[in-house]
Ligand binder design. Sequence first.
Ligand code: GTP
Ligand code: MG
Length: 381
Amino acid sequence: MHVRSHGVRLRQWQPPGTTAAVHFVDEITLEVHGGRGGNGSTAMLREKYRPLGGPAGGDGGNGGDVIFEADEGLTTLYDLKYRRIFRAEDGEHGRGKDQYGKRGESLTVRLPVGSQIFDAESGELVVDLDTIGQRFVAAAGGRGGRGNLHFATPSDRAPLRSEQGQEGGVRKLRVELKLLADVGIVGFPNVGKSTLISVISKARPKVADYPFTTLAPNLGVVSRGDERSFVVADIPGIIEGAADGVGLGHRFLKHIERTRVLVILVSVDPAPDRSLAHDYKILLHELGRFDAALAERPCLVAVSKTDLPEVREALPAFRKAMKRKRKGIEVLSFSAANHDGVEVLLDRVEALLDQHPVPTRPRPHPLPKAADRPHDKPAEE
Ligand SMILES: Nc1nc2c(ncn2[C@@H]2O[C@H](COP(=O)(O)OP(=O)(O)OP(=O)(O)O)[C@@H](O)[C@H]2O)c(=O)[nH]1
Ligand SMILES: [Mg+2]
């Protein structure tokens, strides 16, 4: 495909059949600036009948914080891509007549659950927003300065002293999204991964009969009964050589790195060098090349499109081969077209999830309340 950029013709490779640019971004760097604290005021009360009313300069308000919040409704960092600096509001300056400045508004930045925040300079992991609703103060606001009414002493009843507000915290951070899902669906292009997720959840990814229809991960919530649900991720197709960048490469495998269970989908493809057993082998090999732990992840193998006669014909030989080579791995089959076997597949996924419960993560710390934070404490005399 050719595109024009600044009048220059550029050659750009895209997977066959794709045209749309993808609004999926999984890494950004940004700067967060806490609001500056307002200055304390130096003022004397002078009223008509109280000429020596004393110091009356109020405190400056604290600057607002920049707060990150993990939002389950987001699956990409795209919305933040073009906004590099996030600044919370400054605190107001204190004024005369004992008036305190207003606290600066905090700025809440919503990030997808699974966003990991790193210090951009040291590379150190600052926080992993892996829990829905988790909040984290990325940059604290500066403390407001005290006004002169705090500095009166018996010997100095009219102090001219007040404090400047403090600068807010500033940090350069890198946000890397690794989606959080319970189940990852992996397979060659066109095997019906997106069709499956559209049948078992409310997700409606694009489905089409050409490879690389899916260009970015999709998440779907599978509800089972009233109480139970799990999150499934459909990622772009994997092909031989993905580790070397063939097709869409390995880029999206990181989004299933944190799943508990994989469903490896295979189906019959007209390409001459492909077979169910061949595809399965390649997929495991590519998973292992990306991350050895991923190839070891508890998994189910499922053969899709069983409504097609050629799939049904290929099934017995595949089952036999799997029994020989991979004892203990369950081979299921289903058709997303007529829903045959879909419920059984979900039962088996659920059972496997039960065997591999979520590792217990410590609950995130609640945000400090205003009264607990040093710069929010009432100024000391
Ligand atoms: N007959 C039949 N066709 C199916 C079934 N499931 C999916 N298909 C068709 O297979 C083609 C590919 O389906 P997708 O769901 O887009 O496949 P995918 O694995 O997501 O493909 P990529 O996103 O390109 O990796 C589409 O034409 C679907 O209609 C099925 O159960 N039976
Ligand atoms: Mg797809």
